[in-house]
Write a protein that binds this ligand. Structure first.
Ligand code: ASP
Length: 439
């Protein structure tokens, strides 16, 4: 069995955290390939090494003295090395980095050094081979990830070594220049390595005990989701709930490898398993709740709309012409409503309205702003009666007025529109009816 383990920045922020990670890896011999992030924050006021590197390189580019920040970065690594009693030195590495910064080696190169150096320490600490991601992860000349080339070269390389550390977040273009993924991109590297290694499981270790049923900023101590499908995850992430970089899903999903989100500080907890499909039923019927504020409803009325062929297309093309994407579109016989992001819409409001008038000749258009959308997601809804009934009776008891309801035919989610002001109350009411009352 092969497990690929990725550790986030807070899991590797200090020697103490490294020691926890070492224990986790050594406690299971299947944990063969390790993908580290750069050291993250040790406390709320701390700065991530990646952010220090961006600052440091900005100073180098501006021809200012960047060596002071670089020295601080070196101190962070030295404290990890000393705290672990390792006999390695990063002196030579930092000399090269300083030289490359002075030569303006590029912002991606600069940012990538956080994971690169952490990888060297991790490999020495575990006694694993170190594989520089620049030799096995590739980007094309436009900076897009080259999945095919990477998979070919990386899988060949991994076959030759039984245990290795591959730093996250970066790779290289054909000309050898370092290129990074977007922020949080070590999650993607972990997924790529899992695919190339033909892993049975991709463990993503972080500082929370998994994906939570609802936002902890709204619900106190929400329960953890035990098992979630990729589709449910997509629905919830789209609505703002995140633990993983969005692009981390694709490589492993294609290869049918599950992802397990785990907590480095509480390794005894099982975390969340993300899978393609499952027979596992959630104890709570629903899998999760997420939502976003800041939508506008554009209500369009026209007598006999129902019999006018092409009316919807004309209305939507008014949005398209102004570069505005729509979120939901519930409709009646002679009315349709288009939900759009308030931020995107505000500046172009009058252009869109006149385009709708011109293209579709409606009777009236009426706008309602400051709305929130809440997604109640769950594969279990398909086989359970009364889910919608429970949601709406909970909302009515909480005095929340429902402005819009949208249930996809997949029965995977129910989307509810409420006023921004009712957002938190609505989420609490839904959480309580499905989770708190079931405990
Ligand atoms: N260190 C990078 C960042 O802070 C990448 C990562 O941690 O995944 O975004």
């Amino acid at each position: 069995m092969i497990k690929v383990v990725k550790f986030g920045g807070s899991s590797l922020a200090s020697a103490g955290q490294f020691a926890k990670v070492g224990d986790i890896i050594r406690s299971d011999e299947n944990r063969k390939y390790v993908v580290p992030s750069a050291p993250g924050k040790r406390n709320a006021k701390d700065i991530k090494v990646t952010d220090m590197l961006y600052d440091c390189y900005a100073a180098a580019e501006a021809e200012e003295d960047f060596k002071i920040i670089l020295k601080k970065i070196k101190e962070r690594y030295d404290s990890i090395i000393n705290g672990l009693n390792l006999k390695i030195s990063l002196e030579e590495e930092f000399r090269v980095i300083a030289e490359n910064f002075a030569d303006k080696a590029g912002v991606d190169y600069a940012a990538s050094r956080g994971e690169y150096l952490n990888g060297i320490i991790m490999a020495a600490y575990l006694g694993y081979e170190f594989i520089d991601a620049a030799e096995v992860v590739f980007f094309n000349k436009d900076g897009e990830f080259d999945a095919e080339k990477t998979d070919k070269i990386l899988s060949k390389r991994l076959k030759k070594c039984e245990r290795a550390v591959i730093p996250g977040f970066y790779g290289a273009k054909d000309d050898g220049r370092v290129c990074t993924f977007s922020r949080g991109g070590s999650d993607i590297t972990g997924s790529i390595v899992a695919k190339a290694a033909g892993a049975d499981l991709y463990e993503n270790w972080t500082d929370v005990s998994g994906f939570l049923i609802a936002d902890p900023g709204i619900i106190e101590n929400p329960k953890v989701i035990k098992v979630i499908t990729y589709r449910e995850l997509r629905e919830l992430s789209y609505m703002g709930a995140t633990v993983l970089h969005e692009d981390a899903v694709f490589p492993v999903r294609k290869a049918g490898i599950p992802i397990n989100i785990r907590n480095t500080n509480q390794p005894e907890e099982e975390g969340t398993l993300i899978v393609e499909s499952t027979c596992h039923h959630s104890k709570y019927t629903i899998t999760g709740i997420a939502g976003k504020k800041g939508f506008v409803a554009v209500n369009i009325d026209k007598d006999m709309m129902n019999s006018e062929v092409g009316f919807g297309r004309k209305v939507l093309s008014a949005f398209e012409q102004n570069g505005i994407s729509f979120e939901h579109m519930p409709s009646g016989i002679d009315t349709m409503t288009v939900f759009v992001h308030q931020e995107e819409f505000e500046g172009k409001e009058q252009q869109v309205l006149s385009a709708i008038h011109r293209l579709a000749q409606p009777d009236t258009i009426d706008l309602e702003a400051d709305l929130a959308l809440i997604a109640v997601v769950g594969r279990g809804m398909r086989s359970t009666r009364g889910t919608a009934g429970r949601i709406f009776s909970a909302l009515s008891h909480a005095n929340v007025n429902v402005k819009m309801i949208d249930q996809g035919s997949s029965e995977l989610n129910i989307i509810i529109g409420v006023a921004n002001n009712d957002f938190e109350t609505a989420i609490k009411a839904i959480y309580d009816i499905f989770v708190t009352t079931q405990l």
